[in-house]
Design a protein around this ligand. Sequence first.
Ligand code: UDP
Ligand code: MG
Length: 322
Amino acid sequence: MNPELLSIVIPVYNEAACLAELIRRCLAAGRATGHPFELILVDDGSADGSDAMIREAAREHGEEVVAVLLNRNYGQHAAVLAGLARAAGEIVVTLDADLQNPPEEIPKLVREMARGFDVVGTVRTNRRDSLFRRLASALVNKAVRRATGVMMHDYGCMLRAYRRPIVEAMLQCRESSTFIPILANSFARTTTEIPVRHDARRQGDSKYSLLRLISLQFDLLTSMSTFPLRLLSMVGTIIALGGMGFGIFLMTMRLVYGAAWAVEGVFTLFAALFVFIGAQFIAMGLLGEYIGRIYHDVRGRPRYFVREVVNARQTSLARIRS
Ligand code: UDP
Ligand code: MG
């Protein structure tokens, strides 16, 4: 039997410092799988010469390296999708360019895929990120597990393997704020997770500022469909019931202890009022998140524009989508 083609998709944004090592280690890992493979490097509008390095690598390595150059920065997930659209492989592996996901784990993922899973996720053992980053991840992972019922422990880790039909399903999705691991899981029949190593970022900085990180978490939250909306009404009900109970409590206290007590009660009422106002603001903010995304999707702009492609195999999807 001919081994299936493997596509390795990597988004690159200002990673010139690790690019040479990344390409070298990925090519070695690709060869170690024993599959024919292509390494798809997607330049997400880098300004530090990463694009030139990627183009150069594609020239040097022939079919093994594919360069996809976007015309400006569209964000990690859009860049990955641009790479997926060019991927011809039966198995597609994604990872980060900063070498926090060791490419040496790729053969392990491919072996796991051979056991017939649609998606192979990974759990980062000994995670090497800042405390804030880990805390945010822990919260989000918990929320997602609750909401989707799909048991995966680490949605943040991009080192993942997908089977061809899953990739094609993801590319059919037109929403513009996507969170790829969740999207993939919603199409997968069988998923599994394996532990992988995680390294500290040695070169360059994390591309996620606090603000971008918050935006990403909202993408994640709203991409889980209607769960947050349902949460909204649940919280609303609880607050309303609490408010009613509180009103009854105030009234009985007033009857038992008289008006003197009620004067102090004014302040309690203020406190209750603030709870309501706070809840309303949270609710409006969340609705705003959805409306913003609806607006974004209604405009229907393409998620990215490809400036140049070097070496890509002809896939039906690339033709449809570009
Ligand atoms: N990335 C990208 N476009 C962006 C931001 C990031 O293509 O706008 C890529 C980046 O080059 C890296 C991956 O996404 O390969 C993850 O980024 P980073 O390591 O900065 O994120 P973190 O590890 O902090 O989650
Ligand atoms: Mg990183």
